[in-house]
Design a protein around this ligand. Structure first.
Ligand code: SAM
Length: 276
């Protein structure tokens, strides 16, 4: 997959894309990331990329010309074809006003051949970029950042790890929190049958089995794969109920899951009742 990032701070990306899975994916040419300095597309002596807002008001706004020129130089498919979904390419503007980026979105972007990310700064980006150049705006959360670079790094990370071959163990992404992917079947252990499928991930433990008197749940050292699978499912359900109950509405629940949740909710209600 080809990823282009447009920014006025190219050095920002020294670091976030240079470690672990992302670095390895880049080295293996699974993801080819190119950073483009928008100041290189400014034509005045001071390489100006921003200007005051029309209508007055606070701050500065990123000018449209450098962004349009940079994208034109990238020779991406024309916008109409991209929007018709025929190109396998997408141009995204990072924006607090965008639709919310999530795992399902990461999955969709990972299916593209090319992704272009435009990072805003200051008070934002001239609206003509959103209206006539980008396909859409994406937000990484309901808060305002100083620039789109952190958002772009988040998207590159979440998308790259979903690319075929990026993780050594393909099954891993199928059982992570929020995943909508099917896990691959694996022969060593029960984890592959324990897809989160929209639930938060189950708790993980490693050695030592006893750490300062805190021992790992016995079932995990029992060697009983069926029991471990059940335990993982139940703890994923309980954690989702506790931390993100909103997710449960979207999850396919078995009769056993529903019984477990009902008993957990009953217990919580009982605990609440006994606290007061
Ligand atoms: N005036 C804008 C507003 O109120 O929505 C905020 C502009 S922000 C200070 C500057 C840039 O940071 C934006 O153009 C965008 O590229 C980026 N940014 C800020 N918050 C973001 C978020 N939650 N997700 C993605 N990008 C964000």
């Amino acid at each position: 997959m080809k990823i282009d990032i447009l920014t006025i701070f190219p050095d920002f990306f020294r670091g976030p894309l240079d470690y672990g899975i992302i670095r390895r994916a880049r080295e293996a040419a699974i993801a080819a990331v190119q950073i483009h300095d928008l100041r290189a597309f400014a034509h005045d002596r001071h390489r100006t990329v921003d200007d005051r807002p029309f209508g007055g008001g606070e701050g500065m706004v990123l000018k449209p010309e450098p962004i349009f020129e940079c994208i034109e130089g990238l020779k991406v498919t024309p916008r109409e074809q991209r929007l018709a979904g025929r190109s396998g390419e997408s141009v995204v503007l990072l924006s607090a006003q965008g639709t919310r980026f999530n795992q399902a979105e990461a999955d969709k972007l990972a299916g593209l051949e090319r992704l272009v990310l435009i990072c805003g700064r200051y008070e934002g980006v001239d609206e003509r970029v959103s209206e006539h150049l980008a396909d859409r705006e994406l937000s990484i959360g309901d808060y305002v950042l100083s620039g789109g670079e952190l958002g772009a790094a988040v998207i590159v990370d979440a998308v790259t790890r979903l690319l075929p071959g990026a993780l050594g163990n393909e099954a891993s992404t199928g059982q992570e929190s929020f995943s909508t992917r099917s896990p691959l079947q694996s022969s060593n252990g029960p984890s592959s049958t324990c897809s989160s499928r929209g639930l938060l991930d189950y708790p993980h433990y490693t050695r030592p089995a006893d750490f300062r008197g805190l021992s790992v749940p016995e079932v995990l050292v029992s060697g009983n794969h069926e029991e471990i699978r059940h335990w993982r499912r139940r703890t994923a359900l309980a954690k989702t109920l506790r931390n993100r109950p909103d997710l449960l509405a979207e999850v396919q629940l078995s009769g056993e899951d529903k019984e477990f949740l009902a008993s957990t909710m009953g217990k919580n209600a009982f605990d609440e009742g006994t606290k007061s």
